[in-house]
Each structure stands twice: as structure tokens, then as C-alpha cells.
Design a protein around this ligand. Structure first.
Ligand code: NAD
Length: 518
């Protein structure tokens, strides 16, 4: 059975493997060329299959890239206002289907509906609306090179974009790439993550009525056969990858060999630094938001290294633990749930091994053991929030991206020392500074090595901000007009020698002025 749209999470959960989804290539819903399928599992219900998606390989990638290439001249040739209109129409449909998308993404990612999935589906629609708005801002410049010269630039779409998505917030990451690429006149082939592909297929379905065939193509499949083929395809003109630093290196090597433009949004191990003047409940709330506990810590921007000043260390930590104990871990579809389930058994085992290592060590204290908050009677990939106290910044758990609900707390006394520790990381994606003395806070913000610093707040990205990392957290920026221009267009310079004109006397020139024009 193939479907147009799921009607409810219960239906998805009940129909399980009998529900077959299709990919989108050239405006058609298709299966994999070799007929292979892969099961999609519900993180919140261990062993429950919630659908089957095609397992795409090189032949499917080629078909999708050819479709995108065929659609390119027509799409890039449209006036920007026509692309704007299409993206705005999509945004309207996304707002209208926001609850449906939220329910679906809660089901296939395990992210809680109330705290994560609903805000994410809104952000997706906001991003389509934003990039529709800036579609007419793809402008060039003119050089003052003399009267017989017209020297100008135009920004052109790069061509066919190959975009690769992770599973942790698939709709939001799709929203960083798809509307930005399309607004600038590119066509796109998107590869959804194998663990959370359903909302991306549904997104393609919602976009389809508003786009010419082939402008947006969506593939489902594994990294090694579908993702790798997309990056290596000779007719992909730009690669936009979001995922782990480990895979980012592989993708970067292939794109480098091909000499195609590349943007990488990769991992993080972000510092969250609390100054002694900020031992208050609002800061505690902000720190926990920054840590993304309500997304099970499965966020690249998670402030997972908490640096607490010695003067407030115990007091602040007590407040953190007390607040975390109130979080409800449970079924992502339940409105009462704050924290849902981890995405996969593999990820669950990985995070659990970090937790086990922390518990075994004598030189750190377990300030909060999340196992006490795991819901009973629910067979899913649930882990409660775990906090390790008085850790050393050089410890593996303070250096590696755990991508789970595990926070490491490190004491500090000296400002230079804490900033050095904050910067002692191979990553540089986000940072959080909690200090009411803004002189100090902004000085620290300037000294932090990361692409994004927040002061006294820990929420998510604001639509339109320049978002991306430094060091091993990535290359390039997305989420913004400048990200769209840098990432999805290139500049063409055109220099024209105008035919020689006899110089006219100034009086004659001024006589031609449209006197009286407004
Ligand atoms: P991942 O790197 O394992 O996979 C990401 C995507 O790459 C998936 O679609 C996967 O199928 C594909 N892939 C795997 N091997 C590939 C290959 N050889 N060639 C091409 N594609 C390949 O990451 P994940 O586990 O899905 O996501 C978690 C990671 O993503 C974390 O490290 C997180 O920090 C990062 N992330 C970063 C951002 C950001 O904006 N910087 C946002 C979200 C997630």
C-alpha cells in the first residue's frame, strides 16, 4: 500500500510495515530501482516498525540528479518573484499541516511533541516564508569603471544541489537547505536520514503541487550507498551536508577531489559558562534549554559542558538537579512529556556506554543518575538526564560529542582559565555565556572560538541568523540571507565595453533632464 498522508500517529504505529512510502524523483513517487526497502522504527516503541521506505542506491541517485538537472533551466530562468510565490504557497501549506508534521516527526524521531516537534514544524514553515521573502535579494553590483564601461556582477544559482540530512531535527535542517537553495534558483536532491525519513517524504509531498517536476527530489537510503553516490555524482554542483564530523570528513574528501563547493554543518561540544552573578532560576532554566535536554541532548548545539564558578558551584548544581528531576521522560506523543526517546538502539548503546564510563570513575561525582527517570511500562529507547560533576575538561566525556542527555559540569575560578578550557575543544559550533555584567559577557563572547555565542539565553536559532561552526564543527553558513548567497549562488563578473559615444557638452546633457519628474 502506498499513502498520500498519514492521518494519525496511531494509524502509523498500527499499520507498521504494511505502510510503504515512496521517494520523489522528477515529480513522481517512486520505489528504488532495485526494489530494495528498509524498515523505519519507532524510537518510542522498541521493535515497532512504522513504515518501509525505498533503499536508494546509485541508480536512484543518478535518476534524481538527472531530474534536477532537467528542471534547472526552467526554474533558474523564472523571475525571482515567481520562485518567491511558490515558496510562500508552500509555507502556507506547511503552516496548515504543522500539527500533522509535528505528530509525524514525534513518531519517527522520538522527539517530544510539545517541547520539540511542534516548535520544529513551525520553524520549518518560518524558514520557507523567510527564504521566500529574501528570494528577490539575489542582487549584483556595478563598478564605477568609466563612461565607456559597464562592469557588473550577477549572482547565479550554483546548479544542482545535493543535500544530506541528519535524523535529530530533520524538518529544521531541511528548512535550512531546501528553501534557500530553491529561492536562489537551484534545483535540489535531498537525501533523508535513514533513521528519520518520513517527515521529509511528507514535506516533499506538500511541496509538490507548488513546484515544477524535478525541482525538489527526495531520496531515502543509507549513507554508504545513497549519500556517498550523491556526493560523488559528477552532475551535483554543490554539496550541503549536515551530520557528524566523522562523516563530514569523508564527504569533504570526496567533494574536495571533485572540486565542488561544499558546506558542512557538523558536530559540537559547546561550553555553557556561568559567572557568579548568575546563580538564579532563570539562568538554570536557560542552561537546561541550552543543553537541549528536551531533545534528549541530541542536538549539535547542546551546551553539554557546563562551567560553574566555584563561588556558586554547589548552589547552582543543586538547582540544576532539582529542576531536571521534574522533567517527565516518556512517550513523545504524550502532551505531558518533556523528554522523548533516543533515536536508535545504536545511539542508545553509544550514550549508555558514556554513562557507564562516568559512573565507574572515582574522580567524578554522579550528581544526577537519569536511570531513575526512565518510564516504567514503556518499551522504548528512554534515558533520563544524567549529570557528572567536578569533571576535568580533558576527560573523554568532556571532549567527545555524546549526543545524548548527559551533561558534564566543570568548576572554574579564573576567567582566563575558563575561556581557555572552553576553547580547548576540537569543536566550535555554539557557546553560552551567563553573566549579568555585559562588559564581561561581551568580552568573553569575543574570545570564544565558535560560530555562535548566546548571552543569557539558550534557545534555538533565530530565522535569518548566520548559523554555522568553526574548527571541526563545519564550514560555511546557512539559515540566513548571507548563507543563501554564499552557499547557494556564485558571482559572475561581466565587463562590457560600451560603443564609443561622442562626448556631449554638459549643457546639452542637462537639457535632456526630465524636469518636473517626481
Ligand atoms: P551522520 O553523520 O551519521 O549522518 C548524517 C547523514 O549522512 C545521514 O543522512 C547519513 O545517511 C549520511 N551519510 C553517512 N555516511 C555517508 C557517506 N559516506 N557519504 C554521504 N553521506 C553519508 O550523522 P547523524 O547521526 O545522522 O546526525 C548526528 C550528527 O549530526 C551529530 O554529530 C550532530 O552534531 C550533527 N548535526 C549537526 C548539525 C549542525 O547544524 N551543525 C545539525 C544537526 C546535527
Amino acid at each position: 500500500m502506498s499513502v498520500d498522508a498519514p492521518t494519525s500517529p496511531n494509524e502509523i504505529l498500527e499499520q507498521g510495515a504494511s505502510r510503504e512510502w515512496r521517494m520523489y524523483i522528477g515529480g513522481e513517487r517512486v520505489e528504488a530501482a532495485d526494489g530494495r526497502w528498509t524498515d523505519v522504527m519507532a524510537p518510542s516503541r522498541s521493535g515497532t516498525v512504522i513504515g518501509r521506505v525505498p533503499r536508494a542506491a546509485a541508480a536512484d541517485v543518478d535518476r534524481a540528479v538527472q531530474a534536477a538537472r532537467a528542471a534547472l533551466p526552467g526554474w533558474r530562468g523564472l523571475p525571482a518573484t515567481a520562485r518567491q510565490k511558490a515558496l510562500l504557497a508552500i509555507a502556507e501549506d506547511l503552516y496548515a499541516h504543522a500539527e500533522e508534521l509535528a505528530l509525524l516527526t514525534a513518531t519517527d524521531t522520538g522527539n517530544a511533541l510539545r517541547t520539540q516537534a511542534r516548535p520544529e514544524s513551525q520553524t520549518l514553515a518560518n524558514l520557507f516564508r523567510y527564504f521566500a521573502g529574501v528570494a528577490t535579494e539575489v542582487k549584483g553590483t556595478v563598478l564605477p569603471a568609466g563612461e565607456d564601461q559597464l562592469q557588473y556582477t550577477i549572482r547565479e544559482p550554483v546548479g544542482v544541489v545535493g543535500a544530506i540530512l541528519p535524523w535529530n531535527s530533520p524538518l529544521m535542517i531541511a528548512g535550512m537547505k531546501i528553501p534557500a537553495a530553491l529561492a536562489a534558483g537551484n534545483t535540489i536532491v535531498v537525501k533523508a536520514a535513514e533513521d528519520a525519513p518520513l517527515t521529509i517524504l511528507r514535506l516533499a509531498e506538500l511541496c509538490a503541487p507548488h513546484l515544477p517536476a524535478g525541482v525538489l527530489n527526495v531520496l531515502t537510503g543509507f549513507g554508504e550507498d545513497c549519500g556517498a553516490a550523491l556526493v560523488a555524482h559528477p552532475q551535483v554542483d554543490k554539496v550541503s551536508f549536515t551530520g557528524s564530523t566523522e562523516v563530514g570528513r569523508i564527504v569533504g574528501a570526496v567533494a574536495g577531489e571533485r572540486l565542488v563547493p561544499l558546506s558542512l554543518e557538523l558536530g559540537g561540544k559547546s561550553p555553557s559558562i556561568v559567572w557568579p552573578d548568575s546563580c538564579d532560576d532563570a539562568t538554570v532554566e536557560g542552561v537546561l534549554t541550552a543543553m537541549r535536554f528536551t531533545r534528549q541532548g541530541q542536538s549539535c548545539t547542546a551546551g553539554s559542558r557546563l562551567f560553574l564558578h566555584e563561588d556558586i558551584y554547589e548552589d547552582f548544581l543543586d538547582r540544576v538537579v532539582a529542576r531536571l528531576k521534574q522533567l517527565v521522560v516518556g512517550d513523545p506523543l504524550d502532551e505531558a512529556t518533556d523528554m522523548g526517546a533516543l533515536i536508535s538502539q545504536e545511539q542508545f548503546d553509544r550514550v549508555s556506554s558514556y554513562v557507564a564510563e562516568g559512573k565507574e570513575r572515582d574522580d567524578v561525582t554522579v550528581a544526577l543518575d537519569g536511570s531513575g527517570q526512565v518510564p516504567s511500562g514503556l518499551e522504548g529507547l528512554y534515558l533520563g538526564p544524567t549529570v557528572f560533576s567536578r569533571a576535568d575538561n580533558s576527560w573523554r566525556l568532556a571532549q567527545e560529542e555524546i549526543f545524548g542527555p548527559v551533561m558534564v559540569v566543570i568548576p572554574w575560578r579564573d576567567e582566563d582559565e575558563v575561556l581557555a578550557m572552553a576553547n580547548d575543544s576540537s569543536y566550535g559550533l555554539a557557546a553560552y555565556i551567563w553573566c549579568h555584567d555585559l562588559d564581561r559577557a561581551l568580552t568573553a563572547a569575543a574570545r570564544i572560538e565558535s560560530g555562535w555565542v548566546q548571552v543569557n539565553q539558550g534557545g534555538g536559532q533565530v530565522v535569518g541568523q548566520s548559523y554555522g561552526g568553526v574548527k571541526e564543527s563545519g564550514i560555511g553558513r546557512e539559515f540566513s540571507l548571507e548563507g543563501m548567497l554564499e552557499g547557494f549562488t556564485h558571482i559572475k563578473q561581466i565587463n562590457v565595453k560600451l560603443s564609443a559615444r561622442p562626448a556631449e557638452p554638459r549643457e546639452a546633457t542637462s537639457g535632456k533632464t526630465d524636469v518636473g519628474a517626481p
